[in-house]
Design a protein around this ligand. Structure first.
Ligand code: 26Y
Length: 806
């Protein structure tokens, strides 16, 4: 990648401004600068991009396709500059031109093509795959609308459409000549050939053109550029030409165009409950069918080998079950288009597909109504049906011990298609995303499948890219780390462990503290500018940022704040380190209880933040419109990282890793990757509390938990719940009866009351520990030192050697 001096870079900007924007330096706005710099990066990347692809073809590298309905990439401008080695020169040039680099980079609209953890993980993985020089690509959908923009109006969440493409997106390249066709609906006609084989014909199908838009995935200063290919649904050229008619026919045509373009219209904003919407099914098949066609075309061009060899050159990693139609689709292509018999096609498919599970929540497990698949994808339905028949017959005859479980393991049962079952049966690898999660899959949720295919199951604990989540978002801390231990950690993040030698080093700890203070001040400034609220930068910044879900228990956090408020009201002179509680979270638009929690947080904030009795000891901040860019502002400033899910519910979590890497101390349950964080940092450097996963499962299985009993026996808890029910703090017009009854009548399904007292005791410990700043800084440094193990580089190496065999 070419490097420039400041003068050269400014010259480039000047030239581009003139040619692309017909403006002089004097006329340029922040927005012009953003586009021009992005375009300079894009120019710089092109030769490496071509070269990388040529190399892969020449070397006949095995390639992996990470197939995902979500890629939550956020902004690319800074990370691309960083990875190209141009960030410093760009910053200096922008400053020299009299602009603020942050404001220039802020011009990029976040690409929010994902809901949360699963989508962001996909984006971190792409960064690591390229940075490690692996031949791996992303395949997803170019939604015209990303995840909704959240506005808060009188404490209520309101959703606005996220039209992120309203300005040109400088990172994408449209490749119309690589378009492929995807077919829906119609009928299947079977002919028997003379040799007895079956010929399958599809008639009366609806044809959709999938047009690829390629986004470069730039490795960290290694000249590798991979591809994220995002598909857009368009009307097929044939249909386009028949719109000549006028009147009714013309409108009919418009409707047709609209229904096709809808396929890549918007991202489904729901990651909580599974809603079987036909449009979502169309999106899934659209992604899978376009990608598989593309892979096969390229495989042919590159290798000229028969498709029976596909598994030697290609792995398709499916990100949860959302792209699991890839299993029957690959079967379809191999059999119907390439003429392979069933057994051969099955052999190839089972060696190409690998499946990652991200959740055990039953409400998020995908099941499609049989009829819906039969109507929308008749041939795919036939194939799934056949896979199911063969699978169940095999179970019956070859696995007597599983006979009683056939009905639970079937791919089709009770009129529904169980996508996880399809994914497990059709893949060679099934992985969970943290040790506990994988154990739960093996021992509980997928127990029968594990006993059938023990060799398929494996764990790949999640990770995050330390380039974005430390190097880019926290330059101050990154520099101090480099000053202390040298720059090798940037290429080999596990080397952060050398920081353990500095946990008693006063100058290092002082530097670290200073960076944290600086980040807190930047965040405080942002809070003031966006909300007009002043927060105390000497207070503890206690952060919970993630999607809003009952199992993540933001409710327990706000209960704790109400508890502190009550304590302070009773005893205004209570000695307490001031606290700032920071939330950011989007609720799925149809998730009523989650929205109620957002409202409650706002209501508590409106009371607590302005009560003079509190003397500024408590502040509650809810930052609107949580997205990747907002996370980048909050994470460096976090001191306490709230990871308080009901044990067993959070598959892994990745925000926990991001905050740890920036020196926050985790306050968490023994859930997901928290357990592995604890195993590394040790009990003295983390605050763990609450029920274990086994205890939670035991209560679910055998009962024995009674929320009402706790309510009646603990006056602190009763007081909080009554404040919810009867209008909080005397304001009768605002009530949270639904939250109250969910706990009281549904016996508190997420054990908020059960874990509440241990939680508040842990917070007392946190408050006391914070008073000993040196010890706190030591804990903080210890966390940073161990965070290298949670770099997604480690995770990707494990995928590459354990699953992909790259
Ligand atoms: C089917 C539909 C309703 C659906 C859509 C999105 C279901 C689930 C999802 C997203 C799930 C998700 O984001 N899971 C998270 O994946 C992260 C990455 O592995 C984990 O760290 C996190 O614990 C898990 O909740």
């Amino acid at each position: 990648m070419q490097q420039y001096t400041k003068a050269e870079f400014i010259k480039l900007i000047e030239d581009k401004l003139r040619r692309k924007r017909s403006k002089t330096m004097e006329e340029a706005t922040e927005n012009d600068l953003y586009f021009v710099i992005a375009s300079i990066v894009q120019d710089n990347v092109m030769p490496d991009w071509l070269e990388t692809q040529k190399e892969y073809t020449k070397n006949r590298n095995k390639q992996v396709y990470y197939l995902s309905m979500e890629f939550l990439i956020g902004r690319l401008i800074e990370s691309n500059l960083l990875n190209c080695g141009l960030l410093d020169v760009a910053n200096e040039s922008i400053q020299e031109m009299g602009f603020n680099p942050d404001k220039v980079y802020n011009q990029e609209h976040d690409a929010a093509l994902g809901n949360g953890g699963l989508g962001r993980l996909a984006a971190c993985f792409l960064d690591s795959i390229a940075s490690l020089g692996y031949a791996g690509h992303g395949a997803g959908i170019r939604y015209r609308y990303g995840l909704f923009e959240q506005r808060i109006i009188h404490g209520n969440q309101v959703e606005l459409p996220d039209y992120w493409l309203k300005n040109e997106y400088p990172w994408e390249t449209r490749k119309p000549d690589e378009s492929v066709e995807v077919q829906f609906g119609g009928r299947v006609i079977e002919h028997t050939r003379r040799d007895g084989s079956l010929e399958i014909q599809y008639v009366d199908t609806d044809k959709v053109t999938a047009v690829p838009y390629d986004v470069p995935v730039i490795g960290y200063q290694n000249e590798v550029v991979n591809t994220l290919r995002l598909w857009s649904a368009e009307i097929s050229p044939y249909d386009r030409s028949i719109h000549a008619g006028a009147g009714a026919q013309y409108y009919h045509h418009l409707e047709h165009v609209h229904s096709i373009e809808q396929i890549s219209g918007f991202l489904y904003p729901d990651d909580s409950t599974y809603e079987g919407k036909e449009l979502r099914l169309k999106q899934q098949y659209f992604l899978v069918s376009a990608t598989i066609k593309n892979i096969i075309n390229k495989f042919r061009d590159d290798h000229g080998l028969p498709l029976s060899k596909l598994a030697d050159y290609i792995t398709i990693q499916i990100n949860d079950t959302h792209p699991s139609l890839g299993v029957p689709e690959l079967m379809r292509v191999l059999m119907d288009e390439e003429g392979y018999p069933w057994d051969d096609a099955w052999d190839v498919t089972r060696h190409v597909m690998a499946y990652t599970n991200h959740t055990t929540l039953s409400e998020a497990l995908e099941k499609w109504p049989e009829d819906m698949i039969r109507n929308l994808l008749p041939r795919i339905y036939m194939i799934i049906h056949e896979i199911n028949e063969r699978f169940c017959i095999g179970l019956y005859y070859d696995h007597e011990e599983l006979r009683p479980h056939i009905k639970d393991m079937a791919i089709i049962s009770n009129g529904q298609i169980h996508m996880a079952h399809l994914a497990i049966v059709g893949s060679f690898s099934v992985n969970g995303v943290a040790k506990l999660h994988t154990e739960i899959l093996k021992q509980k949720e997928m127990k029968n499948f594990y006993s059938l295919y023990p060799e398929k199951f494996n764990n790949k604990t999640n990770g995050i890219t330390h380039r974005r989540w430390l190097l880019q978002v926290n330059p101050c801390l990154s520099d101090k780390i480099t000053d202390a231990i040298g720059p090798q950690w940037i290429h080999e993040p596990h080397k952060l462990i050398s920081l353990l030698r500095y946990t008693n080093d006063k100058p290092f700890l002082d530097d670290m503290r200073q960076c944290k203070q600086h980040s807190k001040e930047l965040l405080a400034k942002y809070i003031y500018e966006t909300q007009g609220l002043k927060v105390d930068t000497g207070s503890i910044f206690d952060v919970q940022i993630k999607r809003l879900h009952e199992y993540k228990r933001q409710l327990m956090n706000i209960f704790h704040i109400i508890y502190l408020y009550n304590e302070l009201k009773d005893n205004p002179n209570m000695d307490m380190t001031p606290r700032t509680f920071i939330f950011a979270a989007k609720a799925a638009p149809s998730y009523h209880l989650a929205k109620e929690v957002i409202k409650l947080i706002h209501h508590v904030a409106s009371v607590v933040n302005f009560d003079p009795d509190i003397k500024g000891k408590l502040k509650v901040v809810f930052l609107e419109n949580y997205n990747v860019s907002l996370a980048e502002k909050i994470i460096p400033a976090a001191e306490v990282s709230e990871q308080i899910s009901t044990a067993s519910k959070e598959a892994s979590g990745t925000g926990n890793m991001k905050m740890m890497m920036n020196g926050a101390i985790t306050c968490g349950t023994l859930d997901g990757a928290n357990i592995e964080i604890r195993d590394f940092v040790g009990d003295d450097n983390i605050f763990i509390f609450g029920l274990t996963s086994d205890e939670v499962h035991d209560y679910y299985a055998n009962g024995g938990y009674n929320a009402q009993e706790i309510y009646h026996s603990d006056p602190r808890i009763k007081r909080i719940l009554d404040q919810l029910n009867g209008g909080i703090f005397g304001k009768e017009e605002i009530e949270f009866k639904d939250l109250f009854y969910n706990i009281m009548s549904h016996n508190d399904p997420y054990f908020v009351l059960k874990d509440f007292v241990p939680y508040l005791e842990t917070h007392e410990l946190i408050e006391r520990s914070y008073r000993h700043q040196r010890d706190w800084q030591r804990m903080s440094a210890t966390n940073i030192a161990h965070s290298g193990k949670f770099s997604s580089d480690r995770t990707i190496r494990e995928y590459a050697t354990g699953i992909w065999k790259l």
